[in-house]
Ligand binder design. Structure first.
Ligand code: AMP
Length: 303
C-alpha cells in the first residue's frame, strides 16, 4: 500500500552537547518519508521555498519518494532551531519560522487521492485536515503533532483527531493534550478524542502503545553513541507506518511488530546529525537490529 504523508520539509539548526548542525535538511515529513521508503511507496505533500536546493530534492526522489505533491512557493523554506541538553529526551525549541507554510494550500495530485494509508506528520492541524478531506477512502489514518500546535491550535487539532485511527505523540504532549499528569489516565482521555490507538514516544525509554483494552511496551535500543535525537519521532513513525502499509496487517500483533520496526529505524537516526545515518543504513542492518530488539525483550513466562 502506498503511503500519503503531509508534513514539514525544513532546514533545521540544532545544537546538542556533542556538536551542532546549521541549516541541515530536516522536517517531520522528510524524516518520515525517508524511513517509510524502506518499507513502502511514499507520496509526499508539502511546500518548500525557492531556497530549497536541488540536491535535497534529488535525495528524496532517489529514495523513490513521489514528489508530485511537493510545491515550490516564492519565499523561504520552513526553518526550525532547537537545542538539546544532556537529557536528550526533550528538545527546546528556540525558533520556528513557518515561512512558505503560512500560505500553503495542499492540493493533492489526482493519483494521490486513492492512497490507502495516510500519515499526518507534525504540521498545522488545519493543513492535516485539509489533506484528509481530499483522500477518497483511506484504510488507515495516523497522525503526529507537537506542543506548538496543542497550545496554539487546539480546536483545529481536536477536529483533526476525530478522523484519526492512530495518534503518535510523545509523553509530554500526551499529558499536555489531556491536561492530566498520570500517563495512563492521560492516554485514556486522549483515546476518547477519537484515535483507537495511541502510541506514546518516550525517547530513550521506548514506546507505549495504548488501546481501549491493552497496553504494549517496546524499549528503545540501548545505544552507546547518541548524537542528535532530532527526527527520532518522525523516523519512528516512518518505520511504524511503513511496516503497517507493507503488510496491510493492522491487527494488534501487526501494530506491535510495526512498533519494533519504528524503534529500529529511530535508533539509526539518532546516531548522526540530520538524515546522515538514514542515508547510509542498509536493509541488512535494519534486520539485524530488529533481531537484537527481539533478544533484548525475550524472557520466559511462568510455568
Ligand atoms: P522530532 O521527530 O519530534 O524530533 O521532530 C523533529 C522535526 O520536526 C525537525 O526536523 C523540525 O524541522 C520539525 N518541526 C519542529 N517544529 C515543527 C512545527 N511546529 N511544525 C512542523 N514541523 C516541526
Amino acid at each position: 500500500m502506498e503511503i500519503l504523508v503531509v508534513g514539514s520539509v525544513a532546514f533545521d539548526s540544532v545544537e546538542t552537547p556533542f556538536g551542532q548542525g546549521d541549516e541541515v535538511l530536516g522536517g517531520s515529513a522528510t524524516y518520515f518519508s525517508t524511513a517509510a521508503s524502506f518499507f513502502a511507496g511514499v507520496r509526499l505533500v508539502a511546500v518548500v521555498g525557492e531556497d530549497f536546493p536541488r540536491e535535497h530534492r534529488d535525495f528524496l526522489a532517489a529514495r523513490n519518494i513521489d514528489l508530485a505533491g511537493l510545491q515550490v512557493a516564492p519565499g523561504r523554506t520552513f526553518r526550525w532551531k532547537g537545542r538539546y541538553g544532556f537529557d536528550l529526551n526533550e528538545a527546546q525549541t528556540l525558533e520556528t519560522h513557518l515561512n512558505v507554510f503560512e500560505g500553503f494550500q495542499p492540493q493533492l495530485p489526482e493519483n494521490f487521492r486513492d492512497s490507502e494509508v495516510v500519515f499526518l506528520a507534525n504540521i498545522d492541524p488545519e493543513l492535516q485536515l485539509e489533506v484528509v478531506r481530499q483522500v477518497r477512502r483511506p484504510r488507515l489514518i495516523a497522525c503526529d503533532t507537537m506542543n506548538f500546535w496543542i497550545g496554539g491550535k487546539r480546536e483545529a487539532l481536536v477536529r483533526t483527531l476525530r478522523e484519526v485511527d492512530i495518534l503518535v505523540i510523545n509523553e509530554g504532549e500526551t499529558r499536555q493534550l489531556a491536561g492530566e499528569a498520570n500517563l495512563v489516565k492521560a492516554a485514556r482521555s486522549v483515546l476518547a478524542l477519537g484515535p483507537k490507538t495511541l502510541v506514546v514516544k518516550r525517547g530513550e525509554y521506548g514506546v507505549l502503545v495504548f488501546t481501549a483494552h491493552s497496553i504494549f511496551s517496546a524499549p528503545a535500543y540501548p545505544l552507546e553513541e547518541v548524537f542528535d535525537p532530532t527526527g527520532a519521532g518522525d523516523t519512528f513513525a516512518g518505520g511504524f507506518i511503513g511496516h503497517l502499509a507493507a503488510t496491510g496487517d493492522f491487527s494488534e500483533a501487526g501494530v506491535r511488530k510495526a512498533t519494533v520496526f519504528g524503534s529500529v529505524m529511530a535508533s539509526f537516526t539518532v546516531e548522526d546529525f540530520s538524515l546522515n545515518r538514514l542515508r547510509r543504513v542498509t536493509w541488512a542492518e535494519i534486520e539485524e537490529r530488529f533481531r537484537k530488539f527481539q533478544a533484548l525483550t525475550s524472557f520466559e513466562g511462568l510455568d
